[in-house]
Write a protein that binds this ligand. Structure first.
Ligand SMILES: Nc1nc2c(c(=O)[nH]1)N[C@H]1C(S)=C(S)[C@@H](COP(=O)(O)OP(=O)(O)OC[C@H]3O[C@@H](n4cnc5c(N)ncnc54)[C@H](O)[C@@H]3O)O[C@H]1N2
Ligand code: MOO
Length: 399
């Protein structure tokens, strides 16, 4: 029985999470795009010392004030001990003990005798120690994706290295003797569209893509050898084609031959129902996965978005990618007891409109869409309905 689509997403995510590789400590520069394996706890107060927000004067007592020195960013300020004294201070410099106000340079006057007068602003002009965070405070939980902001925050609170989940290693095996790897299709043969497409989308899901092989010869032996070789170097081996039971569909027998166990075998979703994920014990004791994507190109993309993205998220120690929600701008039919994933383009108001050319063998509609409107089993979508939306893994600026 094909599994419910939402159930299948969470099952593969859990399977990935259970098999996530152990954390590694890496220098900050190598942590970009990984996932925090431990909470980010600040190693100091932030800021670590009272810090001037302005260029001007740190003053003590009532003015005018006699300058007794200067404190620049990067140095330790000596205390201001006498009322009626001040030091020149730069933005970012430590505010001296004893100072009770800061006066901006543009709000001050220095008289001929060198005395400074001026009006401090009513609000404090410096940042108090620990005002952003207190030493030992948790700033971000484990499982947070490491992005540029996280790298900057980690550096600012004292980290040289971060404990992160290693990158998930993926491989691709393309099945199908009918596939051409260059030139125009014809004479019964089609161009391999998935060899170029799948690795690019795996990378957008955060995976490192190693081996890409194809077409693998349409024999059981060739499939078994290619799977074994792929699994030796990857956490997840994606395959395309051969998920059904046609005369040269060898995926299921090959999975049996390598001792794989299905996590999900067919999903109640249209298009793409023959998709699967199976787990295989690795030689090192760690679980590896095979993700079988159907051969029809749009169906393969649906399998990537439905199963492979959650699996990679689980292996990376991340949450199940959340579905967003859109308002339909046009009707979308349901698919009976199956979930219908309908390619749609969204506008700036979050309205989704189905795109044309969306047959499971087509890619034209995919290239116009930003994701799939999710029409749940037993429902259909009417204009104005809010429905869940499964975004394609696109980078900013890509549609
Ligand atoms: N008797 C049945 N036959 C089929 C059924 C069914 O329910 N009963 N379901 C159809 C559906 S739905 C799908 S999806 C496909 C899945 O088939 P496979 O995963 O076994 O894929 P193939 O048979 O190898 O290929 C299907 C189709 O896609 C083309 N293809 C394959 N790989 C690529 C590629 N890399 N680039 C471009 N196009 C590719 C291939 O030439 C075929 O046209 O099964 C249906 N059959
Ligand atoms: O389900 Mo197939 O994947 O419709 O093309």
């Amino acid at each position: 029985m094909p599994l419910d689509w939402e159930k299948a997403r969470s099952l593969v995510h859990e399977a990935g999470r259970a098999a996530a590789p152990p954390p590694a400590r890496v220098p900050l520069a190598g942590a970009d795009g990984r996932t925090l394996a431990e909470p980010l706890v600040t190693l100091t107060d932030l800021p670590a010392f009272p810090t001037s927000s302005i260029d001007g004067w740190a003053v003590r007592g009532p003015g005018p004030w006699r300058p007794v020195g200067r404190v620049l960013a990067g140095s330790v300020a000596s205390p201001l001990t006498g009322d009626g004294t001040c030091v020149e201070i730069a933005t970012g410099a430590m505010v001296p003990d004893g100072a009770d106000a800061l006066v901006r340079v543009e709000n001050s006057v220095v008289d001929d005798g060198g005395l400074v007068s001026g009006e401090p602003k009513p609000g404090p002009e410096w940042r108090r120690t620990g005002e952003e965070a207190a030493r030992g405070e948790e700033l971000l939980p484990a499982g947070t994706p490491v992005d540029p902001a996280v790298l900057g925050l980690a550096a600012s609170c004292g980290y040289d290295e971060l404990a992160v989940r290693p990158a998930v290693r993926a491989a691709l095996l393309v099945f199908g003797d009918e596939l051409l790897t260059s030139g125009p299709p014809g004479g019964g043969r089609v161009r391999d569209a998935l060899g170029p497409l799948v690795p690019a989308w795996l990378r957008r899901c955060g995976a490192e893509v190693g081996t890409v092989v194809g077409p693998v010869e349409d024999t059981l032996d060739a499939h078994v050898s290619a799977l074994r070789a792929g699994l030796a170097a990857a956490d997840v081996v994606c395959t395309t084609g051969g998920t059904m039971h046609g005369p040269v569909d060898h995926l299921h027998p090959a999975l049996a031959a390598i001792g794989a166990e299905y996590v999900v075998n067919t999903v109640a979703v249209r298009p793409g129902f023959p998709m699967l994920v199976a787990r295989v014990p690795g030689a090192d004791g760690r679980t590896r996965f095979v993700a079988g994507l159907p051969g029809n190109p749009q169906s393969a993309v649906i399998a990537l978005a439905s199963l492979v993205a959650p699996l990679l998220a689980g292996l990376a120690g991340r949450e199940l990618p959340a579905l967003s929600s859109v308002e339909l701008a046009a009707p979308i039919p349901g698919r009976g007891t199956y979930t219908h994933l309908a390619l749609a383009a969204t506008d700036h108001r979050g309205h989704a409109r189905p795109v044309p050319h969306v047959g499971s063998a087509m890619l034209r509609g995919l290239a116009l869409a930003s994701g799939f409107a999710v029409i749940r089993p037993g429902t259909s979508g009417e204009p104005g309905d809010r429905v869940p939306f499964l975004p394609l893994p696109l980078l900013p600026g890509e549609r």
